[in-house]
Design a protein around this ligand. Structure first.
Ligand SMILES: NC(=O)c1ccc[n+]([C@@H]2O[C@H](COP(=O)([O-])OP(=O)(O)OC[C@H]3O[C@@H](n4cnc5c(N)ncnc54)[C@H](OP(=O)(O)O)[C@@H]3O)[C@@H](O)[C@H]2O)c1
Length: 328
């Protein structure tokens, strides 16, 4: 990459700080501005040495020096925040879950296409060097034919009705926040989307899903047995079972190693370290696409985002509706 790209960040919470750190490792990435409606932008700008900070998103998007905005607010705001950026001619990288539902995602994609702006869901796992290695090992037939996938993203977050994981007004619940990872990982590995989708969600006292289990079936008969929860912890492992062995992927949301097992024993540990905190890879993809005047990434396509949103819609259909999710 030769040309510099100016980044702005909308929403100055936890993930915004991680992304800002990652941008330091990306050649040509200039983080110049941040906006926070809750007054966190000044401190953020000081911490990351930014030229501009805003307490108002509308003012922020009018800054003509910003090329691309990283939308780092909670899911409930993604649609309106991304729409504001697109309507002000900014390219956008928007955190997962991309929107509340597939209809919202589809609308944003239409606008990006019509305005010839780049738009991508920040599914950072897609750009993990270990994922590329995993897919190449599977394709080489090392574990034979894939039969079943298993993966959990379960973490123990103390109950707090205001926390984004428990707050329905912030589109809380484990499905959109955590379950999206094993669901997306299964589809990334098989490079296809399921033909059958079933699941069960346990709705807690704040009306969001606290523990959820998913069963996906793919067209060649492979199954994926997945779960997410915010009330208990479990190893964040993903296991791919094949006819000749299995591969365990610890911390699969951004892995650094693959454990190849055959006949019940570890045969090889394949180390695939990543640079910085891993968020740098999605930023590089965004910048390369913008410099090539693309509206979407070939790696994380609009189709991928829509299919995942459709799966999430289908899994929660019988259990959970977010406030105002259809008002747009
Ligand atoms: N890729 C990853 O590894 C990863 C990891 C964690 C989270 N995420 C995703 O990133 C997004 C943000 O997560 P986070 O942990 O950074 O969230 P957070 O720190 O709780 O909040 C992020 C921002 O959202 C706005 N916000 C939060 N709660 C609000 C409320 N009650 N009322 C109004 N605005 C509120 C605030 O924006 P202002 O600063 O403008 O006030 C806040 O700074 C989520 O969509 C999540 O799924 C991704």
């Amino acid at each position: 990459m030769t040309k510099n790209i100016n980044w702005g960040i909308m929403g100055c919470g936890g993930i915004a700080r991680e992304f800002a750190d990652a941008l330091k490792a990306v050649e040509g990435a200039n983080l110049i501005a941040a906006a926070s409606k809750s007054g966190k932008a000044k401190q953020f700008a000081e911490d990351f040495n930014l030229a501009y900070y805003y307490d108002d998103y509308e003012e922020f998007v009018r800054n003509e020096e910003i090329d691309v905005v990283y939308v780092a607010t909670t899911h409930n705001f993604h649609y309106e925040n991304t729409m504001l950026c697109l309507n002000n001619n900014k390219h956008v990288l928007c955190e997962k879950a991309f929107t509340l539902n597939a209809k919202q995602a589809s609308r944003l994609i239409e606008i990006a296409k019509s305005k010839k702006l780049f738009l991508m869901e920040a599914m950072w796992t897609r750009f993990s060097p270990a994922l590329a290695k995993l897919i190449s090992v599977i394709k080489a037939g090392v574990i034979g034919e894939i039969k079943t996938l298993k993966g959990d993203f379960c973490i123990d977050v103390p109950f707090d009705p205001k926390h984004r994981l428990y707050n329905i007004n912030l589109a809380g619940g484990s499905l959109l926040d955590l379950g999206i990872y094993p669901i997306t990982f299964a589809c990334m590995i098989l490079e296809r989307y399921p033909v059958e989708i079933t699941g069960t969600l346990n709705i807690g006292k704040t009306s969001v899903d606290q523990e959820s289990h998913y069963l996906l079936k793919f067209d060649k008969g492979e199954t994926a047995l997945l779960s997410s929860a915010c009330t208990y912890s479990a190893p964040i492992d993903f296991v791919i079972y094949g006819t000749k062995g299995r591969i365990v992927v610890p911390n699969f949301y951004f892995p650094a190693k693959l454990i190849l097992m055959k006949n019940g024993k570890t045969e090889e540990i394949i180390s695939v370290p990543y640079e910085s905190n891993g968020k740098n890879y999605e930023a590089i993809e965004v910048m390369e696409c913008i410099l090539q005047n693309k509206t979407q990434s070939d790696k994380q396509t609009f189709y991928d985002t829509l299919k995942i949103m459709e799966i999430l819609d289908s899994l929660r259909e019988a259990y959970l509706t977010y406030p105002n999710e259809n008002d747009f």
